[in-house]
Structures are given as C-alpha cells and as structure tokens.
Design a binder for this molecule. Structure first.
Ligand code: NAD
Ligand code: LMR
Length: 341
C-alpha cells in the first residue's frame, strides 16, 4: 500500500511537472498525418485532431478531395497548421517528419459483408501506404484503422520488416471503438455513469475475436450471466449494427473518428512522456501464443512501453478466448502471406 501510494505520488508529481512545462508554452512540436483524410472517418478525425492542442502540424492526405477538407479544417483557430496533400506524388511530403500516422484509408463494409471481405482491396492500399511510411517517416508511430485490422496490422509489420525498419513498439491496430462500445453498452445495463466506466477489450477486431472482459469492468455491477452474454454479443456485433443501420452507406465513421482521436491522443501523451497512459490496442504480443493480440498496453516515449497481461478471466471469457484463437490466427497468417507474395 505504501509503495502504491509512493508510485501514485511520484506519478502525480510527474503529471504536474508536465502540466507546468506545457502551460509555460513548451508543448513539443508533433506532426500527425492522416492517410484517407477525406473519407467518412478521415474528415471528422481531421476535425478532432485539429482540436487537439498536442498537435502542431496536421497533414491531411488522400487520393482525392483533400484540398477542400484542409482549407475547411485549417480555418479553425487552434494550434496546428493544416496542409492537405493529394495523390501519390504528394505522399512523401505528407509523411515527412510525422510523429504519428493514422490510417483510415480503404473501403468500408456494406450489409452482408464481413471485414475480411474488404481484404482484397484494403490489403493493397495498406501495403502501399506502409511502404511509403517506411521510406519517409520510419520512426513514426502508426495507428491502423483500415479493415480487416486483424490482417492489416500483420501486413504493415511485414512491409516494415522488409524495409528493415520494423519496430514492434510503434505499430498499433486501433481497437478503441470496441472499448468505446463496451463502455456505452455496459453503462446502460449496469445503470452507472458512463464517464466512470472502464472495460478492457482483448483479442482482435472482428466478430468473435472481439472479447470484452466485463468481469473486469468498473464500477462493478451484479449483472446476470444472460445479460453479460448479450452485452458481449452486442459489443462483437457493434460494427455490423452500424453497417446495417446505414443500409449501404458505409460503416461507423463518427464514433470511429472519436475512438481514433482518443487513441491518437493517448499515443501523443505517451510520446510526450505523460506517465501511466494505458489503452487497449492490437499489437505484436507474447501474452498468448498468437503473434498479434489486443490487450491493455502502456504507452510511452517510444510507443508500446509494456503489453499488460490479461488479468483474471471468468469461465465465459476463458471460453471466448479459446474460441477466438483459430480465426485470429488465420487472419494474421493471411496478412503475412499477402505481404510476402
Ligand atoms: N478499426 C476500426 O474500428 C474501424 C472502424 C470503422 C471503420 N474502419 C475501417 O476504416 C476504413 C475507412 O472507412 P471509411 O468509412 O472512412 O471509408 P470511406 O470510403 O468513407 O473513406 C476512405 C477514404 O480512403 C481513401 N483512400 C482510398 N485509397 C487510398 C489510398 N491509397 N491512399 C489514401 N487514401 C485512400 C478514399 O479516397 C476515402 O476518402 C474501412 O476499411 C473501414 O472498414 C475501421
Ligand atoms: O464494422 C465495420 O466494418 C467497421 C468497423 O470495424 C467497426 O467496428 O465499426
């Protein structure tokens, strides 16, 4: 108890030091690039990153329509300078000097499709963008949003390995939307203030590979097994719920932009040395036998500082963990094979 009080007080001393240095005007310069910035996620994400005071330079890249998005967002009177870049010829400039690259480029699902059905188009897009990242900003953190995340992250890792610059600490699959959904749905059933809710979500980002750990949710609530089963299923099907409601007009964009902005903010805080920044993310991992796995991750100055272990699981969650492994394994292998063919 004494030790944890000490850790807390040294963490809060560090926090207040950081706050002081930030308020004295020494917030580090940070360039954030969004690839796919004119899309359904890209536009609101550009807006939210423009509102983030940790960003000094916001680079908006897409194959079309970025001049308009950049002009629009650029008029907002916040810290960052905004520049739009369009087409392959401008990708290098978009990436040069980036500390963080966020990738929501690629096609979204329509009703009846799985995320894996997007593989044929999005794998190629991700491969090209990651080759450019390897060349023009090899030290940047990469936040992968493009689906199927379970495969696009392994694709990125393989491309980076081939380029000789892979650093597993710097590559993240963005699974924050699963956490956002789990918190919202849990708060509704547990009747607790949503702002106070925490729920880790582990595994991957598709169907049964999404495994919320409601047994670890806080504030605790005494929910029945049936309710927990239904909450788990709703979290796993959250993306499909939006795809069906949008009826052919794409998948989650606004809630994804919110989740992407939250995760990017956590990465920037980590880079800036803010202590105890912990978020769930799909990263290279050894906590199970699978080479990539989503779990709680401590973020720091170099990206992943520590992959936290899963903690105690209920029997229902243990079953869910075993059930997700074959699908996640095959999605990882599919990505690795694609990148090496
Ligand atoms: N990780 C998650 O939780 C999560 C959540 C929602 C959506 N997604 C995924 O995010 C992706 C984007 O979704 P969206 O709704 O924004 O789609 P969208 O079609 O609205 O936008 C995609 C954008 O990517 C651009 N693009 C295509 N090829 C590109 C390239 N080579 N370089 C740069 N930009 C390129 C398009 O021009 C478009 O502006 C999809 O794959 C979707 O499945 C992931
Ligand atoms: O469901 C999708 O296709 C998009 C995204 O992965 C989501 O979870 O909303």
């Amino acid at each position: 108890m004494f030790r944890s009080a000490l850790v807390r007080s040294s963490a809060s001393a560090k926090q207040s030091l950081l706050r002081r240095s930030f308020s004295s005007g020494s917030v580090p310069e940070r360039k954030v690039a969004i690839l796919g910035a004119a899309g359904g996620i890209g536009q609101p994400l550009a807006l939210l990153m423009k509102l983030n005071p940790l960003v000094s330079s916001l680079s908006l890249y897409d194959i079309a329509n970025t001049p308009g998005v950049a002009a629009d967002v650029g008029h907002i009177n916040t810290r960052s300078q905004v520049v739009g870049y369009m087409g392959d010829d401008e990708l290098a400039k978009a990436l040069e000097g980036a500390d963080l690259v966020i990738i929501p480029a690629g096609v979204p699902r329509k009703p009846g499709m799985t995320r894996d059905d997007l593989f044929n188009i999005n794998a190629g897009i991700v491969k090209n963008l990651c080759s450019a990242i390897a060349k023009y900003c090899p030290h940047a953190l990469v936040n992968m949003i493009s689906n199927p995340v379970n495969s696009t992250v392994p694709i990125a890792a393989e491309i980076f390995k081939k380029a000789g610059m892979y650093d597993e600490k710097k590559l993240f699959g963005v699974t924050t939307l699963d956490v956002v959904r789990a918190k919202t749905f849990y708060a509704g059933k547990a009747n607790v203030p949503v702002a106070e809710v925490n729920v880790p979500v582990i595994g991957g980002h598709a169907g049964v590979t999404i495994l919320p750990l409601f047994s670890q949710a806080t504030p605790q609530a005494n929910l029945s097994g049936d309710v927990l089963t239904a909450l788990t299923k709703r979290t796993q099907d959250g993306g499909t719920e939006v795809v069906e409601a949008k009826a052919g007009k794409g998948s989650a964009t606004l809630s994804m932009a919110y989740a992407g902005a939250l995760f990017a903010d956590a990465c920037l805080k980590g880079l800036n040395g803010v202590p105890d920044v912990v978020e769930c993310s799909y990263v290279q991992s050894t906590i199970t036998e699978l080479p990539f796995f989503a779990s709680k991750v401590r973020l720091g100055k170099n990206g992943v500082e520590e992959v936290l272990d899963l903690g105690p699981l209920s029997d229902f969650e243990k079953e869910g963990l075993e059930a997700l492994k074959p699908e996640l394994k095959s999605s990882i292998e599919k990505g690795v094979k694609f990148a090496n063919q």
